[in-house]
Design a protein around this ligand. Structure first.
Ligand code: PGA
Length: 244
């Protein structure tokens, strides 16, 4: 299972080092894969302070390698530090108006540079209420993955927008249904080989609701925001053993 933390725009370099000085010991025995995605200035410190088994990722990337793109960070610049890139997070889609077309270019650039990609998809509350969840997810997947060749390096995170940072989580039966739907869409896009694609759940995951989330058979991991900032609470998630 992949246990991924998205720190969003939190922590200084010092706070990053302090986090790992506690966290490394707390997760030394886990068999899960652990990933932490700090904001750009803290990535080098995270890479240096994290124990070797912890993967480091970025929360975004630009699709060009270099040039006149003020304020952007390229895949080449991240190659020395990161194994994963989160793309299409709802903060990017909704607070920064990022389009699926831009996400699509970023996915292609990330795969070209051999990163693992966590593509985030999810419906808003009003889309769910008006029964549009499948339509929205299908659109987000097909637009973001347009002309992308299948790769085992593509992962999908289902993050219902209304569950992010809200303390609400989707019901297990809804998570099961949506993850199955996402899998069927990936198979439609890429063929049977996509059946192995890892699908993570995200949205207010914390130690207290983990058991319920992992009771869902087709949850291959979690993407955690708030609860990944504290080494103790994130270690409880990272150490979780699904079948115990
Ligand atoms: P949350 O964030 O766990 O704080 O809801 C999840 C995410 O945005 O990936």
């Amino acid at each position: 299972m992949l246990i991924a933390g998205n720190w969003k725009m939190n922590k200084t370099v010092k706070e990053t080092k302090d986090f790992f000085s506690k966290f490394n010991k707390l997760v030394s025995k886990t068999k899960n894969q652990i990933l932490i995605c700090p904001s750009f200035p803290c990535i080098p410190a995270a890479k240096k302070s994290a124990s070797a088994k912890i993967f480091i990722g970025a929360q975004n990337i630009f699709f060009e390698e270099k040039g006149e793109f003020t304020g952007e960070v390229s895949p080449l610049q991240l190659k020395d530090f990161c194994d994963f890139i989160i793309l299409g997070h709802s903060d990017r889609r909704h607070k920064f108006s990022e389009s699926s077309d831009s996400i699509n270019k970023k996915i292609k650039a990330s795969l070209k540079h051999n990163f693992n990609v966590i593509l985030c998809v999810g419906e808003t509350f009003s889309e769910r209420e008006s029964d549009q969840t499948k339509e929205i997810l299908s659109e987000q997947l097909s637009d973001s993955l347009k002309e992308v060749s299948f790769s085992e390096k593509i992962l999908v995170a289902y993050e219902p927008v209304w569950a992010i940072g809200s303390g609400k989580t989707a019901k297990p039966k809804d998570v099961f249904e949506v993850h199955s739907f996402i899998k069927s869409q990936l198979i439609e896009l890429f063929g049977e080989k996509a059946a192995q694609t890892k699908i993570l759940y995200g949205g207010s995951v914390k130690p207290e609701n983990l058991k319920e989330i992992f009771s869902v058979e087709n949850v291959d991991g979690v993407l955690v925001g708030g609860a990944s900032l504290n080494p103790v609470s994130f270690s409880k998630i990272a150490n979780y053993e699904k079948n115990k």
